[in-house]
Structures are given as structure tokens and as C-alpha cells.
Design a protein around this ligand. Structure first.
Ligand code: PAF
Length: 280
């Protein structure tokens, strides 16, 4: 496995693979890797001849400088997970390497910007869109892999690939969960032991809402029950809990019978912002 830090080295590392016409898969990450990321690498390994993982804590997608500062940076242990998983190239650039000048361009994702994550994290998807576009240009992959835990990110990136005609297949992979249901996330390591015990209740809330909608309750009735659910666990500070259409993430009044329903939530617990979703 090669670890490269510059665009030039990355180009060089990819050159021979390209000349042999090998298929290239990309797994973009911000590091602090866990088994959820490794499941993306495994899928990428199975479907491509060359596996590239990027590790870059992208400053332009953080609206909160404290959150950016606290984001774990664990390149060495990340590489220890990537190598046995069959990764060929790790691209781990510095912020100056990725942004010799700060981008002046901004990407408007339309309605997707103004709901859920977009509403609470100003400029977040613009930052994601720009960095992922850069990675797509630098690696030029045949396939790129993202976790469905960030459901809205996947929707935004689908729009990016479609509207800018990136010649690649975007693959969304299922969320990996701990045995108690908590979605795997780099942020989980920041939870205290006490908070970690409570954290799976976020997934339990999603399950409960799903059951209520399937029983025929409206979104408003379901929201009401979920509000009481969270009131009983004051350690949680929910930011949003949205029942939406899977395709455009617009709020819906009842379970979607034509297509899929998505329930998405974000909540603070022990000062850590957790997100999760369920699709059915
Ligand atoms: O999902 C992430 O880890 C990041 O948003 C991504 C896609 C690597 C862009 O920085």
C-alpha cells in the first residue's frame, strides 16, 4: 500500500494502473476509520482492480471551528486498518495541498441545502461538493463509495455527479451498526461511557417512528410520540427528526406508499452531534 500526500505523487501512483486500463474505485473519508469505512473498502476491493482511499479532514465543510479542531486525526491507525483490507493507495493531503487557494466557487444544491443537515450546518454541502469534486478530478475513479449513514450527503453527491456529468458510478453502502443498534461513527469515540449506553436510543427512536408510520399514523402523530420519547431521555438534545421522501428528502405527511420513506435525525448527546436514518 502506498501512502501519498501530494497531488503529484497521487498522479504518479495512478499512472501505471491507468496505462494498464485497470478499474479504479475511490473511498473518500475524513479518517478516524472504523468498520463502517472498512465495509466500503471491502465493497470497493470486490468491484475494482485498484482501491484508493482518501483521508482528509476537509475544513470547508465544518461550520463550527471547535468541531473541526476536535475531529480525530489518526492516520497511522487508519493505515493499519486499510492495508489488510486491500487498499492500494492512500491519499492523505494537507489542507494547503488541497486548497492552495480557498475556492471562490460555490455550489447550490437547491432544496437539498435547506432541509435537515443543510438547515443546521451552513455551507456544509458546498464544502462537501467542492472537496468531492476535487477528489473525483484527481483520482478519476470508475466507482466511488459512500456510506448511507450520511443519507443527505449521498443525495447531494448524486446531484453533483448527475448535474456535472462526472463519468463514474456512485455507490451508496448500508450503515454498519454496533450490536446495540448505534450507527458506527468516528464521533462515537468521543462519547463518555454513560452517554455511550444511552446513544442506541437514537436508532430506537427511528425504529419506533418507522413502526408507527407502518401502523398508519400520520407524520404529525408520529412526531408527537417521538417528542415524548426524547422528553423521557433529557440527555439527548434533538436537532431535527424528519419524515421525508427518500428521493428528494422533502417532508411527507404519511408513509410513502409509492416509493421509499426516509426518517432522518440529528441529536446532541454529551456534546457530540450524532446523526442516523432509516429507509423503508
Ligand atoms: O463523509 C465524509 O467523510 C466526508 O463528508 C467526505 C465525503 C469524505 C468529504 O469530505
Amino acid at each position: 500500500m502506498q501512502v501519498v500526500n501530494s497531488k503529484q505523487e497521487l498522479k504518479k501512483a495512478l499512472k501505471s494502473y491507468r496505462s494498464e486500463g485497470k478499474s479504479i474505485g475511490l473511498v473518500p473519508t475524513m479518517g478516524a476509520l472504523h468498520q463502517g469505512h472498512i465495509s466500503l473498502i471491502n465493497r470497493c476491493r470486490a468491484e475494482n482492480e485498484v482501491v484508493v482511499a482518501s483521508i482528509f479532514v476537509n475544513p470547508t465543510q465544518f461550520d463550527n471551528p471547535e468541531d473541526l479542531k476536535k475531529y480525530p486525526r489518526t492516520l497511522e491507525s487508519d493505515c493499519e486498518l486499510l492495508e489488510p483490507a486491500g487498499c492500494d493507495i492512500v491519499f492523505a493531503p494537507s489542507a494547503d495541498e488541497m486548497y492552495p487557494t480557498l475556492p471562490k466557487l460555490s455550489i447550490d444544491f437547491g432544496n437539498l441545502e435547506h432541509v435537515m443537515e443543510g438547515k443546521y450546518r451552513d455551507g456544509h454541502f458546498n464544502g462537501v461538493g467542492i472537496v468531492v469534486s476535487k477528489l473525483f478530478h484527481l483520482v478519476n475513479p470508475d466507482r466511488a463509495y459512500f456510506g448511507q449513514k450520511d443519507l443527505q450527503q449521498v443525495a447531494v453527491l448524486r446531484r453533483l455527479v448527475n448535474d456535472l456529468s462526472f463519468d463514474l458510478e456512485l455507490i451508496a453502502c448500508p450503515t454498519l451498526r454496533e450490536s446495540d443498534g448505534l450507527a458506527m461513527s468516528s464521533r462515537n469515540t468521543r462519547l463518555s461511557a454513560e452517554a455511550r449506553k444511552i446513544a442506541p436510543q437514537l436508532h430506537a427512536a427511528l425504529q419506533k417512528a418507522k413502526d408507527l408510520l407502518i401502523q398508519g399514523k400520520t407524520a404529525a402523530e408520529t412526531q408527537k410520540e417521538i417528542n415524548s420519547f426524547f422528553e423521557a431521555i433529557p440527555e439527548f438534545r434533538p436537532e431535527y427528526f424528519e419524515i421525508a421522501d427518500f428521493d428528494d428528502l422533502e417532508p411527507i405527511k404519511k408513509m410513502n406508499t409509492e416509493g421509499k420513506t426516509a426518517i432522518c435525525t440529528a441529536a446532541y448527546l454529551d456534546g457530540v452531534r450524532l446523526i442516523d436514518n432509516i429507509v423503508f
